[in-house]
Design a protein around this ligand. Structure first.
Ligand code: GRG
Length: 290
């Protein structure tokens, strides 16, 4: 097996561990609310955030088992954000991950409760990770709740709904809050579990912030080739601000910067560079998993 195939197989195996643990942590039995939570978690997502966490922790010498519940906590926050984002009062999306969105399947009332419950279960999972020192658990809760709150997803969503962006700086800020902050929390949790130094933690944050911008830039580029939902007034995107070529350059540049940040973080982090393209190119991972 060559190195690329080995990495692809490793990522697919980690993803399968995340899927199985989420299934165990949030089984479908118990009623309509737990069924909705299970549904929101089990629709086919790429599991990018837990993979970032697990690969970071592994790079710092920790097993997948040690970091698995923290990885699931991050995915629960992500799933909660998608459930809430899809609601009619937010982005009003009937389909998520190729399937009916959670409110389309279970009703809005249950979807709101499922999102809130997933969020709380995520923090509880971190607090209860008794195999990790209390100060690590506390730092993890602080990092993850910070990524959700007034400096993260919630604030980003409020801006998205009520203050449409028009400038490049504004769009980057929105992209950062939508994606970068949770990527940052994922690698920070991996770093905390792995006992990263301050220099390594800062490098990981920089890496994830750049990766988040690359991810969103790629999203704008690929969305531009698809039929878009009718949002009324046209949305500002990297394509509308920079043109197609400019948006592609932005994506490539951010990806390069993300790898540079890892290199700057030192020899323990540098090997993560080899996984960046793999994580950004979902197809090979999905194929290896099937
Ligand atoms: C209280 C958690 C919480 C959130 C409230 C609704 C909201 C505020 C925020 C939503 C922000 C949002 C929808 C961000 C989108 C992020 C994003 C890039 C989603 C797609 O990520 P992928 O491609 O998705 O990793 P999969 O489906 O593969 O997991």
């Amino acid at each position: 097996m060559d190195a690329v195939a080995a990495r692809t197989a490793r990522v697919a195996a980690l993803k399968a561990q995340v899927d199985a643990r989420l299934d165990a942590l949030c089984p479908p039995s118990g009623g309509r609310l737990t069924a909705a939570m299970h549904y929101a978690l089990s629709t086919p997502g790429k599991r990018l955030r837990p993979l970032l966490l697990l690969l970071t922790a592994a790079q710092l010498g920790q097993s997948a088992e040690t970091a698995l519940d923290a990885a699931c906590a991050v995915e629960m926050v992500h799933a909660a954000s998608l459930v809430l984002d899809d609601l009619p009062c937010m982005d009003d999306a009937a389909v998520r991950r190729g399937q009916p969105s959670t409110h389309a399947r279970f009703g809005q009332d249950v979807a709101v409760l499922a999102g809130v419950a997933l969020l709380n279960q995520a923090y509880a999972l971190l607090a209860r990770a008794g195999h990790l020192p209390a100060e690590v658990r506390l730092a993890m809760v602080e990092a993850l709740s910070g990524a959700v709150g007034l400096e993260g997803l919630v604030a980003g969503q409020a801006l998205d709904l009520h203050e449409p962006v028009a400038s490049l700086a504004g769009l980057r800020e929105a992209h950062h809050r939508k994606t970068g902050v949770l990527f940052m929390a994922a690698v920070t949790l991996g770093g905390l579990i792995g006992g990263a130094s301050l220099t390594e933690l800062l490098a990981l944050e920089r890496f994830a912030a750049e990766l988040g911008l690359a991810f969103q830039a790629r999203d704008d580029v690929s969305d531009a080739g698809e039929v878009q939902p009718d949002y009324g007034a046209a949305r500002t995107t990297l394509i509308s601000l920079l043109g197609h070529e400019g948006a592609v350059q932005e994506a490539d540049g951010r990806l390069t910067s993300s790898k540079r940040a890892l290199v700057a973080g030192g020899p323990r982090l540098e090997p993560l560079c080899a996984y960046v393209d793999l994580l950004m190119g979902e197809r090979r991972v999905a194929e290896a998993a099937s």
